[in-house]
Design a protein around this ligand. Structure first.
Ligand code: GAR
Length: 204
């Protein structure tokens, strides 16, 4: 299954996908293209270094017209024959129309134990709230913001000395393990979604 990976920033989750591919642990998922909405995203460099096509669809060039931005994204994904999409630190909210193009074929990774702390700066929200445990969530994308059916979660402790950055580093390590695994299972048709509940039907 040909994947398009959408990114906005550093791309450590993209790197985890690349590393999994290089270890032979991503198949039958293939990394067909990486698309960044920010021209200077380090993720673009990571993709090119790994021999993956990397494109920039800069949202600021569409003057706030989300529909045109998404049409450009969709046509770029189509031009690479993309069948499923991974949001790997992609910091734009996508419309239901765009999401509907990839039913149960779009994954997101989020740095909190959803439904706690959706949206932006989740580790900062967790530290400010004073929770003792946080973590990451890999989920299917639906029309809401960080509301789709949950595939995997991993918990990490929030330590007294943590700030948002140190907590985020601990969470990222868990994301890096779970996102490639979820991508592989989705591509293998091994994720069965019944209402909100996702089951894995193949040995992971
Ligand atoms: C990750 O922690 C990801 O979960 C988060 O951005 C980070 C990207 O890191 N995504 C969101 O907060 C989406 N709401 P990366 O660019 O190093 O992969």
């Amino acid at each position: 299954m040909r994947l398009g990976v959408l990114v906005s920033g550093s791309g450590t989750n993209l790197q985890a996908l690349i590393d999994a591919r290089d270890r032979g642990e991503l198949s039958p998922a293939e990394l067909a293209v990486v698309i960044a909405n920010r021209p200077r995203a380090k993720a673009v460099e990571r993709a090119r270094d790994a021999g993956i096509s990397a494109e920039v669809v800069d949202h600021t060039r569409f003057g706030g017209d989300r529909r045109s931005f998404e049409e450009a994204l969709a046509s770029c994904l189509d031009s690479f024959g993309v069948e499923a999409v991974i949001l790997a630190g992609f910091m734009r909210v996508l419309s239901p129309t765009f999401v509907d193009r990839y039913p149960r074929r779009m994954l997101n990774t989020h740095p909190s134990l959803l439904p706690a702390f959706p949206g932006v700066r989740a580790p900062e929200q967790a530290v400010a709230h004073g929770v003792k445990v946080s973590g990451c969530t890999i989920h299917f994308v639906d029309a809401g913001v960080d509301t789709g059916p949950i595939i995997f979660q991993a918990a990490v402790p929030v330590l007294d000395a943590d700030d948002a950055a140190s907590l985020h580093r601990r969470i990222l390590a868990e994301e890096h393990a779970l996102l490639p695994k979820a991508a592989r299972l989705m591509a293998a048709g091994a994720l069965i979604c019944e209402d909100r509940r996702v089951r894995v039907v193949e040995a992971a």
